[in-house]
Write a protein that binds this ligand. Structure first.
Ligand SMILES: [Ca+2]
Ligand SMILES: [Ca+2]
Ligand SMILES: [Ca+2]
Length: 213
């Protein structure tokens, strides 16, 4: 009996440990779209609560000379100027705080186009180059504006292309969050959560009661 209780407490702690390690992708959108002298929105719905220690967002897109790449993505087909200066991306929190990721003229017109790329916008990322490239880069605004907010609710990614021709293609996005109490690598912090401590106390109390019997 005592051994069973130890097993149960151990299993519960394991479950809580795993649930606590939720840094990483907390919401994804995959609704492909083409924007050309137009704008639109994509929604990233976060179902659980937690205070944000750090938030990054990955956006996969393509900005090529005509024609569009379509769902297949890949390299640019047209080899002319991709007009990367037309790209606009902005993230808005459930409570309405807006952070610009890319604005008009953040990038130069570009030369031949990078094809479909995945760019992670991260305050702690590298300094942006003049042209679109895949990687981890600092956004125009500061994503730290979202720090210590509850992540729960509907996040909005606004996507725009500011001029005709050479459409912006959107593929997918991911909201990546480290919660308070987790370290910046996304592992659970070494300090046990109160909930885990509570469980441990319950387990120990159970053991003590058994022993008394
Ligand atoms: Ca940060
Ligand atoms: Ca970050
Ligand atoms: Ca355009």
């Amino acid at each position: 009996m005592k051994r069973n209780i130890i097993k149960i407490v151990g299993a519960l702690m394991l479950v809580f440990g795993v649930a606590n390690a939720q840094a990483g992708v907390i919401a994804t959108d995959n609704a492909y779209g083409v924007f050309d002298n137009s704008s639109g929105q994509r929604y990233l719905d976060v179902q659980s609560h937690g205070l944000i220690a750090d938030l990054n967002i990955l956006v996969s897109f393509a900005k090529c000379d005509n024609p569009v790449l379509g769902l297949a993505g890949g390299q640019c087909i047209g080899k002319g100027t991709p007009y990367e200066n037309e790209i606009v991306l902005r993230l808005t929190s459930p409570g309405g705080i807006k952070v610009d990721l890319v604005t008009q003229d953040t990038f130069t017109q570009g030369s031949t186009g990078a094809g479909q790329v995945a760019v992670t916008f991260d305050d702690e990322g590298a300094v942006r180059g003049p042209q679109v490239q895949a990687g981890v880069f600092r956004p125009v605004g500061k994503l730290s504006a979202f720090d210590s907010l509850d992540m729960f609710g509907r996040w909005t990614l606004s996507i725009g292309d500011t001029s005709r021709q050479d459409p912006l293609e959107y593929y997918y996005s991911q909201l990546i969050v480290t919660l308070e109490g987790e370290d910046q690598q996304g592992d659970p912090a070494q300090v046990p959560e109160p909930a885990t401590l509570g469980l441990l106390a319950l387990g120990l109390a159970g053991l003590a009661m058994l022993r008394r019997r």
